[in-house]
Design a protein around this ligand. Structure first.
Ligand SMILES: NC(=O)c1ccc[n+]([C@@H]2O[C@H](COP(=O)([O-])OP(=O)(O)OC[C@H]3O[C@@H](n4cnc5c(N)ncnc54)[C@H](O)[C@@H]3O)[C@@H](O)[C@H]2O)c1
Ligand SMILES: [Zn+2]
Length: 365
């Protein structure tokens, strides 16, 4: 019998105009009278106009140092315990929310998450991605307790930078391609695997249908229906894929290509989700699914997602650079080896990157 292991959702999740006005009553409901608010600088710029006046709640603010690191988790945890805060509220992007989740786990205090970016599923998942203070990835930790409450004000998200939103779309699109290649190879799927497969597909379906209009909403700074659908897809559907699919719903090819690309200095300015979006195409070449690439091309072009190394900002591509990416993407511990299409060597990846470059050049003629 297959083991069934599911990670759940936040206890309560509210997305509505004016969501932050509910904060005080939601804290009172939970009997939290003294809380710590952890936030970033830019995220506070975005959220402060929506911050409610609270008469019955005592709160202090902590501005995070820019990373979800062990040092930062320890610092915030000590503060929470010494000042006897009853709950921790995170206001920010993925890093602030991950820091608050880690601190909640460390101190056994409930957490409330208020995302200021629609960039990934961090508001949904009971996990944090950990880095050192210099920003290098260490590992991710999964926690036994999820957020007590997620409050989402769509007007904050629609005013955020469009490139971060587009990158979030790229990262979420990968959920389908990376989960599907694992899950379609499993004959007798468990129910959670079926849910993961379905939710991963919805990530692609909704993005393809609604992302262009949603990006328009961000450009105009005005919420529309498609924007809400895409936000829910980035945060909720995408979070459910990993929650139900466990490792079958997590990364495979596209993220391994992303990791390979980080070897090139020239890609460091590019956002995570843009590199992952490019990685989807390389994964599809490896799968020999050129028709699917052809279907994605107009979508990528409309959103400004990269179709080639040059569109990622790498000029003067050399064989050496491509080899470096391919080597790193195929190191033994990489998720690319979870793809069910035979052995993936660095030569195969190099050939796939070069084939995509050739396809792109022909497309441009
Ligand atoms: N826990 C999970 O399930 C999960 C999933 C995917 C990614 N992650 C992690 O999330 C992090 C990435 O998250 P992110 O993309 O939100 O980045 P981020 O949290 O680093 O934020 C990106 C930048 O945007 C700024 N910012 C935040 N809100 C803003 C706003 N409204 N307007 C303008 N600027 C704003 C931040 O100050 C920061 O400089 C990474 O650490 C990644 O590993 C976690
Ligand atoms: Zn990602």
């Amino acid at each position: 019998m297959k083991t069934i292991h599911v990670h759940g959702a936040p206890s309560e999740y509210i997305l509505q105009k004016g969501a932050l006005d509910l904060l005080e009553s939601k804290l009172i409901e939970r009997n939290h009278k003294k809380v710590l608010v952890v936030r970033g600088v830019k995220s506070w710029e975005a959220a402060k106009a929506y911050w409610p006046t609270m008469e019955q709640i005592e709160y202090d603010e902590y501005i995070y140092g820019g990373e979800c690191s062990f040092e930062e988790i320890e610092k915030v945890s000590k503060l929470v315990l010494s000042q006897e805060y009853e709950a921790i509220i995170g206001v920010g992007g993925g890093k602030v929310l991950d820091l608050v989740k880690a601190t909640g786990n460390e101190t056994h205090k409930p957490i409330i998450l208020i995302p200021t970016l629609a960039s990934n599923c961090a508001p949904w998942t009971p996990l944090s991605v950990l880095y050192d203070d210099a920003g290098s990835f260490i590992r991710y930790d999964i926690y036994p307790v999820s957020a007590s409450l997620v409050l989402i004000e769509p007007e904050i998200l629609v005013m955020a930078p469009v490139d971060l939103f587009v990158a979030g779309i790229g990262d979420t699109l990968a959920k389908w391609y990376e989960a599907d290649i694992q899950l379609r190879a499993i004959a007798n799927k468990t129910v959670p695997m079926m849910i993961a497969h379905y939710t991963a597909e919805q990530c692609k379906v909704i993005l393809v249908q609604s992302a262009v209009e949603a990006v328009r909403a961000v450009r105009n700074g005005e919420v529309n229906e498609e924007f809400i659908k895409v936000v829910e897809t980035i945060i909720m559907y995408s979070g459910m894929v990993g929650g139900f699919g466990d490792h079958f719903g997590r990364v495979t090819g596209a993220h391994a290509i992303h990791n390979g690309l980080t070897m090139l200095e020239e890609t460091h300015h590019a956002l995570h989700g843009s590199k992952v979006a490019y990685g989807i195409l390389v994964q599809l070449v490896l799968e020999n699914r050129w028709n699917e690439i052809q279907r994605l091309v107009p979508f990528y072009q409309q959103l400004g997602l990269p179709l080639s190394l040059s569109e990622l900002g790498i000029d003067g591509i050399t064989d050496e650079m491509v080899n470096e990416v391919a080597e790193k993407a195929t190191i033994p511990e990489e998720s690319i080896h979870l793809m069910s299409i035979g052995e993936i060597t660095s030569t195969r990846v190099r050939d796939a990157i070069l084939a995509l470059e050739k396809y792109y050049k022909e497309l441009k003629i």
